[in-house]
Design a protein around this ligand. Sequence first.
Ligand code: ZN
Length: 384
Amino acid sequence: MASATAIVPPATDSADARRYNRIRRWVGVADFVLNLMVMVALLVTGWTGTLRDVAYRATFQHYGLAVFLYVLMLMALAKILGLGLDYYSFRVEHRYQLSNLRVRAWIWDEAKGFAVGVILAGIVAELLYFIMRQAPQYWWLIAWAAFLGLVVLLAQLAPVVLFPIFYKFAPLENEELKDRLVKLGERAGTRVRGVYQWRLSEKSKKANAALTGLGSTRRIILADTLLANYSTDEIEAVLAHELGHHVHRHIFKSILVQAGITFVGFWAANLVLHYAVDRLHVFETLSDFANLPLLMLVATVLSFLVLPLLNAYSRFNERQADTYAFRSIAKVAPFISAMNKLAEQNLAERSPAKWVEWLFHSHPAISRRVAAAEAWAKLPGKPR
Ligand SMILES: [Zn+2]
């Protein structure tokens, strides 16, 4: 349709792009509702108590082991019930020619994802109930602090421990790009520790880039699907955007925002848990881990309520990173063409409905980002 060098964006999004994104939204909503229903069902039927008893019996009444086994059973149940939706998502990516993932590799990825999920959830649950047993009065405050520590640790470890479980990474070898990045960094008065090539093409036809890590693991990752199909100027524009996230300390600020939200979350969880134990007498003690679905319910409802706010905050950060990019690159034209290419390649909606953007999108609509770049170029004294 359009040539590789200059994509002329269509006036409206294609029917395919609209349908694909509508399906993805519905899958997201269905997944959310399913998880909610599983937790409510476990609580209402009392099956959570049955699962706890099974966990106790199987571990010869060992509390710590029983907690882990309970988490494992809960996650296995959720995974089995959600498998249909997971497979459907996998098929959808293929239907729209966006995936390079074979069924076998997909199953392997799902298995790895499940294992990682169980380990992380296991650590969180063990910590949580250990703290509840040791300090029943202030558990929520201590647990909040511990959770925050875990978030920071995970943000730091993610690029070196978590991501490599699913993708291969290698230091960027393109000397020209590296040189441009160093210059971008110098102009910003900052040093970028590393740029890595992210082998996304093994799994997807989509392109992406991100800033990840904390401290010594801070790095920009660029998908090989981006490196292969975009001009050096376009890649530089993407790099400048990611550098904008770094300069504006967006990862650190996002963790601070999370700290505020989780503080309210743990406080609310304490109230709900006390109500369930002291008034309703559905659990004997706070540390009865059969109440885990109740805690998860509180977390799920709260995260749903703050989702539009978090997305608005994220879009604010993205706009800030975009503005940073406009300022750092010689011309905004490569930024605009990179945006249009990304929309095309990822089958993104350039102009989603306003409520869709408000509720679901962590990034501003491509049409808005392009418009912002064009407006920037029209400012007096700015080269085009
Ligand atoms: Zn960004």
